[in-house]
Every structure is written in C-alpha cells, then in structure tokens.
Design a protein around this ligand. Structure first.
Ligand SMILES: C[S@@+](CC[C@H](N)C(=O)[O-])C[C@H]1O[C@@H](n2cnc3c(N)ncnc32)[C@H](O)[C@@H]1O
Length: 260
C-alpha cells in the first residue's frame, strides 16, 4: 500500500532522520534564501502590529509588555534569533512533532536566552496550548507537510491560540507558477538535490521529499482561505517570484458594543 506522506507519524520520522543535518543542509541547498525568508516572515509580523492596534477607527497605544510568541513546526528554532532581535523580551513557546528535531532544539536552548524559550515535542494540529494566549504566532516552512484538511485544522488552531488583536505570519517554500525559470528551479529541487543527497548522504532520500511536498503544496492560497474562514484577517504575499509565499494577519478585536 502507498505510504501516506501526510500521516503525522510519517512526517515526524522523516524529520527525525533529517534532524542532525537539517540546519546546514537547508541553508546550503537554498543558497541562504531560508534565512532571508525567515527574516521576511518576522518583518511581516512587525507590519501587522500597527494594523492590529487599530480599534474602533483609532490606533491604540503600544503596550509595554512581555510578548508571548508561539512558533509552530519550530524545528531547530532557526527563526528565534530574528524574533528576539525585534522583540528582545519576548517569551517563545515552540512546538515540533519530531522528537529528534526537538532534541536538536533543546541543545540550542542552552544558550544565553534559554530562559525565554520553551520547546515541546507535540503535534501542532492537536496541541492544547491555552486559547487566547499568544500575542504573536509564526511558522516557517512547516506548512507544506499538511494537506488541505490539515491546513484547515491548523488555521482553526491559530485562531484559537491567538489573543484578540494578536498577529501571525507564516511562510512556506512554494511552486513559482508562471516564473520563466520555474523549469530550472523544479529541476534543481526534483533532480539535482536528490542526486546530491544520494551521493553525499549515503543514499538518503529524505530532504528530496521536499520537492514532492512543495509541488503538492503549490502556495499559501489554501491556507489564506482557511485562515479567513477561521475568522482571521489575512493577506498573502509572494517572495522571490513565488519561490516562497507567506500569509500574515491579525485576529480581529470584537468592536465595543454600541451604547443603547
Ligand atoms: C522544514 S522544517 C521547518 C523548521 C523550522 N521552522 C525552520 O524554519 O527551519 C518543518 C518542521 O515541521 C515539523 N512538523 C511537521 N508536521 C508537524 C506537526 N503536525 N506538528 C508539529 N510539527 C510538525 C517537522 O518535524 C519539522 O521540524
């Protein structure tokens, strides 16, 4: 029987096998683009903070508080330096389903800012983070291993976890439909990378799955619809000719009830 590549257990095992080489392999194979796209994900989050402060037609003052940030499908926590550079006092709660990615992240936690980060090995689709608690939520490159139904569940989870007025920003590698160099890009993902992996990583075919997931995922368009259906304000953006797409937005604050 064909393997269900969207089964969370399958995905967890796949990333367990990738965990030790993930950081270096993703940076090198993307020519550093993953670093840029994580930064752009955080930039979009910052852009949403001003929008979120608009209430009843007025911009509310900034709240000097410790921000609670949730990082879903966190992997080894590569986005944390970008978050902490912008929000130095933030507390980050990170989730990843792969025990080995979790273990790699825990090694990283023993750094100077360990007290600001909590990392759980858990399924983001069934997580029980308390509702209305996250001021901000991010996810980088963790959407493609979800099919449409799972994206819909994830969107509901995001709407549940965020505080009213909270912001989110999610980014994912995508299929750059219509780009003149798309055939070359696809050849690189589906032909060159698997060959390099086979030769240099003892015949492994784990990172090569990314080509399949990205081709199936297409872009963040379904996630955009799912987030809107979950009651969030959202807009989608293309990055580098559509090689990545992002969705960012806010959880609306219910308007004050009209005075009788
Ligand atoms: C491509 S990595 C991205 C890691 C990191 N966010 C980054 O920017 O490098 C995708 C991660 O999503 C995690 N993941 C996949 N499905 C998940 C789920 N249902 N719940 C939590 N984590 C999941 C995988 O274990 C993997 O670590």
């Amino acid at each position: 029987m064909a393997q269900d590549i969207y089964d969370p257990a399958f995905v967890a095992t796949l990333f367990d096998r990738c965990s030790q080489r993930y950081r270096r392999w993703s940076a090198i194979s993307s020519f550093g683009f993953v670093w840029l796209w994580r930064k752009q994900c955080v930039d979009r989050l910052i852009g949403q903070t001003s929008i979120a402060r608009i209430q009843n037609g007025k911009v509310t003052p900034k709240q000097p508080k410790v921000l609670q940030v949730v990082d879903l499908m966190a992997g080894t926590g590569e986005i944390w330096p970008h978050i902490l550079a912008e929000f130095p006092r933030a507390k980050i709660t990170a989730i990843d389903i792969s025990p080995a990615m979790h273990a790699e992240a825990m090694i990283k936690l023993h750094g100077a800012r360990a007290n600001q980060i909590t990392h759980f090995a858990a399924n983001a689709l069934t997580n029980d983070l308390p509702e209305n608690t996250a001021d901000m939520l991010v996810a980088t490159f963790g959407l493609k291993t979800f099919n449409h139904d799972q994206q819909t569940i994830l969107a509901r989870q995001i709407a549940r976890i965020l505080v009213p007025g909270g912001q989110f920003s999610l980014i994912e590698a995508s299929d750059p439909q219509g780009w003149i160099f798309r055939p070359l890009y696809r050849f690189y993902l589906a032909g060159v990378l698997p060959l390099i992996e086979r030769v240099f990583l003892q015949g492994a075919q784990d990172f090569s799955m990314i080509a399949t997931y990205t081709a199936n995922f297409q872009n963040c368009a379904h996630m955009e619809k799912a987030l809107r259906a979950a009651g969030l304000k959202v807009s989608m953006k293309r990055h580098f000719f559509g090689c990545a797409t992002s969705v960012a937005g806010t959880k609306p604050i219910a308007p004050d009830a009209p005075t009788p």
